[in-house]
Design a protein around this ligand. Structure first.
Ligand code: ACO
Length: 446
């Protein structure tokens, strides 16, 4: 008979193999436990059996900001931060960026495989024919103040869309769910472009069914209202599409966590997407590339780089666009953006900020401070320079991030809904407040 141990409910169970288990000795009670290890993790609820007494709730793990907690099993995106690897559904990011369009990649994220010819035809049709916004959505957007931040408009409009599609509440109805996925991916460029046109006081340009996804966005943003004869440069459309591929998903980041958490209460996908976009609005998540551009502008010329480096090393400021919670090696997305940048500059003219950025990277590469801390350029270091060269104002940068991330959010949301392990998200806390006290019947406390 194989060796036995105490299981999660105190029952005697077969002892897991040594290499797949963790032995724990509770020094408070002298009891020992064997916790199974799967995929390099223990099942946190297994800790609950570790108790001081029968009435004890059981051991919790304290993990503020979820730095060491896997909250789900996911088969969508794989990142090895130490090796600088990013793959969607198993495909390396550089191969996808080099050979597939954003909408093919969006399909891959949502359905798990690259579309065949028929699947792609249907998918493109569905996305194309859902790009229009209800006229009342347009009126709703008109209500924003003239200088409203386009990201605030995006968050508000996404939430507002849930009232236009009440059927979206039927999240367990497969065809209904798919229809909302089409709508959300399709309408993102339209909402983004309307928000931009509103902020500059120009008439909205409606989407065109004969344009590609990135091309449509560029047209709706930049076409003068008095002409129909505007075609965005194909190189810029192509590079924007590549940037969309690079930003489509990044496993369990802050905004995806928001999407999954709100989704776990079975809210409709528009409301969930509004929450995810709200998380992306924060400068620590979707706003870093804006700060990179500000920092490079402030540096202004290559001879002022040593001064910036001294300030960073003295702990006075951060080198924006450097470092990443997960990547402790090169961020593969930054490498791809750096490679396509010259194509953009051939169209737009060279952005002088790129020379400062390249020099800054070179200096950091050979400086012990950055080497020791594994600080390399992240995706935001070069993306802002490209967006700026393409004529996007800085407050559109997080919106440009949100457009493609919608496919990742939806893929993660759907995976969460279909995962039998998932329940409504509800972490525990370590209470640090006062013990029981009673309200005085009269008088005020001293
Ligand atoms: N410039 C200078 N020093 C840095 C930087 C930076 N950009 N990033 C980290 N460090 C230093 C820290 O001061 C710390 O030094 P110490 O060990 O002497 O205290 C060390 O490197 C480790 O840093 P952490 O803060 O532990 O790294 P963490 O993984 O928590 O932070 C983060 C990652 C938030 C991205 C950080 O590197 C940062 O703030 N970077 C600048 C902002 C940025 O570019 N954000 C975009 C991220 S990508 C995205 O969201 C799409």
């Amino acid at each position: 008979m194989p060796p036995r141990t105490r299981g999660p409910r105190g029952r005697s169970v077969a002892k897991p193999k040594k290499e797949s288990a963790l032995s724990v000795l509770d020094q408070r009670t002298g009891r020992s436990y064997t916790l199974p290890v799967q995929q390099g993790s223990i099942h946190a609820p297994d800790l609950r059996q570790i108790r001081r007494s029968e009435t004890d709730f059981g051991l919790l793990s304290y993990d503020p900001s979820f730095q060491n907690t896997a909250a789900c099993k996911s088969s969508i995106t794989y990142i090895d931060g130490g090796a600088g690897i990013l793959r969607y559904r198993g495909y390396p990011i550089d191969e996808l960026a080099g050979h597939r369009s954003y909408l093919e990649v969006a399909y891959l994220l949502v359905y798990g495989h690259l579309p065949n010819k028929n699947e792609l035809g249907d998918w493109l049709h569905n996305i194309t024919y859902h790009t229009m916004l209800h006229e009342n959505v347009k009126k709703f957007m008109d209500g924003f103040h003239h200088d409203a931040h386009p990201m605030g408009m995006l968050v508000g409009t996404l939430a507002g869309l849930s009232t236009f599609y009440p059927e979206a509440k039927q999240i367990h109805d497969e065809p209904v769910r798919q229809r909302q996925i089409h709508r959300l991916i399709a309408k993102m460029p339209t909402i983004a472009a309307f928000a931009f046109r509103h902020s500059i006081g120009m008439a909205y340009i409606y989407p065109s069914n004969d344009l590609g996804y990135a091309e449509n966005l560029l047209t709706m943003m930049h076409r003068p209202s008095w002409t129909t004869g505007y075609t965005p440069d194909p190189v810029l459309s192509k590079v924007l599409d590549i940037l969309f591929v690079l930003h489509a998903d990044h496993e369990q980041n802050c905004s995806t966590l928001a999407m999954r958490t709100v989704g776990s209460s079975h809210a409709d996908p528009y409301t969930c997407a509004a929450a995810a976009a709200a998380a992306l609005y924060g400068p620590l998540h979707g706003g870093a590339n804006e700060q990179v551009v500000a920092m490079l502008r402030e540096v202004g010329s290559r001879d002022r780089i040593p001064r910036l480096i001294r300030q960073v090393k003295a702990g006075k400021r951060l080198l924006m666009g450097f470092g990443h919670r997960i990547y402790k090696n090169r961020d593969p997305r930054a490498e791809i953006i750096k490679k396509v940048a010259p194509e953009v500059f051939q169209v737009t003219g060279r952005n002088p900020l790129i020379d400062i950025a390249l020099e800054l990277e070179k200096v950091a590469e050979s400086d012990d401070y950055f080497i020791k801390r594994h600080l390399y350029p992240n995706v935001d270091f070069y993306s802002g320079i490209i967006y700026q060269s393409m004529g996007f104002p800085v407050d559109m940068f997080p919106v440009l991030f949100a457009i493609p991330r919608m496919s990742g959010w939806l893929a993660q949301w759907q995976e969460m809904l279909l995962d039998p392990d998932q329940k409504i998200s509800r972490p525990r806390q370590l209470y640090t407040g006062s013990g029981l006290r009673h309200v005085p019947r009269s008088g005020t406390p001293d």
